[in-house]
Write a protein that binds this ligand. Structure first.
Ligand code: NI
Length: 187
């Protein structure tokens, strides 16, 4: 179930389609492990970054993207969870203000750790507060894939990756698969 004011939606626009994609940094980049900075003012620079993040996310066929993934250490994330057309959200200074006790397990991947994925357990439902692209606060009550995606992206803003939320054994195996694949790409 989702509740939010309609004006918080990031509407699809010509500008977004023309926006230029950004390079996505990969596991090992220090920016992915830093706590990102609060956005003091939602200005044109932030809105342009949001457009480019959406373009980058769609080009990579992702469901969510956090600013540190494009080497910008600020608390900004975009999400659009299928089925498409879904509802795109831009979230500035987002935080999870409530999470359900019930948890659910599902497979996650990350554009910064391409080619691998793993099952992650997370609260089934969350309530998120954030600012929209005009700096207006909004609240999102989410379940299912959207709840999962929001938690994954907000984790990024705290330097947390989904591989931190799996067992040490699963993490070792995943990293082995990832490195093997990276080597194969180079060769
Ligand atoms: Ni990710």
């Amino acid at each position: 179930m989702i509740w939010r004011p309609p004006d918080a939606v990031w509407h699809a626009s010509a500008a977004r389609q023309e926006a230029t994609g950004l390079a996505v940094v990969q596991l090992g980049a220090p920016v992915l492990r830093r706590r990102a900075e609060e956005v003091e003012q939602v200005d044109e620079g932030v809105r342009t970054l949001v457009e480019r993040m959406f373009a980058t996310m769609y080009a990579a066929d992702g469901q969510g993207l956090a600013a540190p993934q494009v080497d910008v250490s600020r608390r900004i994330a975009v999400v659009d969870v299928p089925p498409r057309p879904g509802t795109p959200y831009a979230l500035i200074n987002p935080s999870v203000i409530a999470a359900s006790d019930s948890v659910v397990r599902a497979v996650e991947g990350c554009l910064s750790i391409p080619g691998v994925n793993e099952t992650v357990e997370r609260p089934a439902e969350v309530v998120v507060e954030a600012l929209d692209i005009r700096g207006e606060p909004f609240r999102l009550e989410a379940a299912g894939d959207l709840a999962r995606c929001l938690q994954h992206e907000i984790d990024h803003l705290d330097g947390i990756l989904y591989i931190d939320r799996i067992s040490p054994l699963a993490r070792r195996m995943l990293l082995t698969r990832f490195r093997k694949q990276q080597r194969a790409l180079v060769e």
